[in-house]
Design a protein around this ligand. Structure first.
Ligand code: FES
Length: 105
């Protein structure tokens, strides 16, 4: 595996839109950078829970997520906080929770 920073695509399953994301950047930053209005960027630190997504495919690194937002069950279903995951390959996400409104407008 290469040590250099790679770029991957984060694709939103619902809309087919995809955004470039480096493997040192969180998936939420990539979505926010897309300029999509209303992306609810909250704390960016795993504390507020607004950025919940389900990962449908792809590899990612994750940092610790609060159990008050992501339960063990969520994690088993690959429900994560977009601000806490760093894509390591192209990934496909399904937006859930508060993000949904922003994506579907
Ligand atoms: S932005 Fe607050 S948990 Fe992701």
């Amino acid at each position: 595996m290469s040590e250099s920073a790679g770029y991957h695509r984060v694709t939103i399953a619902e809309t087919g839109e995809s955004f470039q994301c480096s493997d040192t950047e969180s998936a939420l930053s990539a979505l926010a950078r897309s300029g999509k209005r209303g992306i609810p960027v909250g704390c960016r630190g795993g504390g507020c829970g607004v950025c919940k997504v389900a990962i449908l495919s792809g590899d990612f690194r994750k940092r610790a997520m609060s159990r008050s937002h992501i339960t063990e069950e969520d994690e088993a279903r690959h429900h994560v906080l977009a601000c806490c995951i760093y894509p390591q390959s192209d990934i496909q996400v399904h937006v859930i929770g508060k993000l949904q409104k922003a994506i579907h407008r």
